[in-house]
Design a protein around this ligand. Structure first.
Ligand SMILES: [Fe+2]
Ligand SMILES: [Fe+2]
Length: 359
């Protein structure tokens, strides 16, 4: 795990103690939408579990092993009390009292909907955050992990498109749940410039596709293409890729090879759809023929490529770099509008409406 993700994920582990993992599964799934979640049984002694943010006990509290497990937890966290939510079955007030005596900071009925339990967990553990905030953080981490693995395998070999697929839902879910602005806030925290760019473009593409009313299948297709569109950069020397400031002509020529290289990597890997292949090779083509690598003209550039190109340029304009001041949404949109010979005007206008909420 890259240091950035380790740094952001290590204190967000929630442990679910369960004596019936099958029964607890819906709850575990709901917790995993907002945080890393580990499931343990009542035999847990807590001495091998690292830093944790909270515990949900979905167990029959009257059993001796359940009591022992929670007492061990309480003694471990005596100095810094770990939030402990106990789900109680029957017993009414006496069940709540028993749970409180075992260190529960909150008691809920085991019949409560998992989503409601997660809402209470978030208020208990992260009082300054909302469920949506945490979902977006989690999804960004998932997509970030995917980018890391994708670039690592592309550097020397093939890309497994079924792995790429796993990165699509996190982007779409996060955009749906929290909107583009919240996604951007998370992406800025990603310290690798190339990954940040790919996550940025993916979120922008997902938001644009949603605003255009594209079907779920097409939104998925476009987001997948956006995730891998710059995969060819995995084979560009770091000194050029991460150079602070402008590239010289030779460096730019090397950098421009990332589009055909990406196409080559995906073609050789197999299992890649035609839209993703076209987007990867052609996302720097311009309608007036001034782009690269094939100097295509308007009629040769399909809609998915046109759409991604607008998102790609926009992302590059608003990107945050230590050596340049960030460009506002308004200024970035006005640059896009000024590129009328190169980009499709109607699509640029629709794009402006899609990202108007971005500050
Ligand atoms: Fe590119
Ligand atoms: Fe790009």
């Amino acid at each position: 795990m890259p240091p950035e993700q380790a740094k952001r994920g290590e204190h967000s582990v929630i442990v679910v103690v369960s004596d019936r993992p099958d029964r607890s599964q819906p709850l575990v799934d709901a917790v995993r939408a907002v945080a890393e979640c580990r499931v343990v049984g009542t035999e847990e002694t807590w001495d091998r579990i690292g830093p944790l943010r909270g515990v949900i006990a979905d167990i029959t509290l009257s059993r001796p092993e359940a009591k022992r497990c929670l007492r061990l937890l309480t003694s471990r966290s005596a100095r810094a009390r770990t939030p402990l939510i106990c789900l109680t079955r029957g017993g009414g007030q006496s069940g709540f009292t028993e749970a409180r005596n075992l260190g529960a900071t909150l008691c809920l009925s085991a019949l409560a909907e998992p989503r409601m339990v997660v809402g209470s967990l978030v208020r208990e553990v992260w009082p300054d955050k909302s469920v949506a905030d945490l979902v977006v953080t989690r999804e960004t981490q998932r997509a970030g992990t995917l980018m890391t693995n994708l670039f690592a395998s592309a550097q020397t070999g093939a890309v497994d498109m079924s792995n790429v697929e796993q990165g699509v839902a996190p982007v779409l879910d996060a955009i749906h749940e929290g909107g583009l602005s919240r996604w951007l806030d998370e992406v800025w925290a990603h310290d690798d410039v190339t990954f940040q760019h790919c996550l940025l473009v993916s979120g922008v593409v997902a938001a644009f596709a949603q605003s255009l009313g594209l079907s779920a299948a097409d939104r998925q297709l476009m987001t997948r293409a956006a995730l891998v569109h710059d995969v060819g950069k995995s084979r560009i020397p770091h000194a050029i890729l991460n150079k602070p400031g402008r590239l010289d002509d030779d460096e730019r020529a090397v950098m421009q090879t990332h589009a055909p290289i990406g196409h080559e990597i995906l073609s050789a890997s197999g299992g890649c759809d035609a839209v993703t292949l076209a987007v990867t090779r052609h996302h720097h083509e311009m309608l007036d023929g001034s782009g690269y690598p094939d100097k295509l003209c308007a009629s040769e550039i399909g809609d998915p490529v046109r759409l991604l190109t607008i998102c790609d340029i926009y992302a590059a304009l608003i990107e945050r770099r230590p050596y340049k001041a960030p460009m506002s949404n308004r200024d970035a949109l006005s640059i896009l509008s000024g590129m009328e010979a190169k980009l499709e005007g109607g699509l640029v206008q629709a794009f402006g409406r899609a990202v108007q909420a971005v500050p």
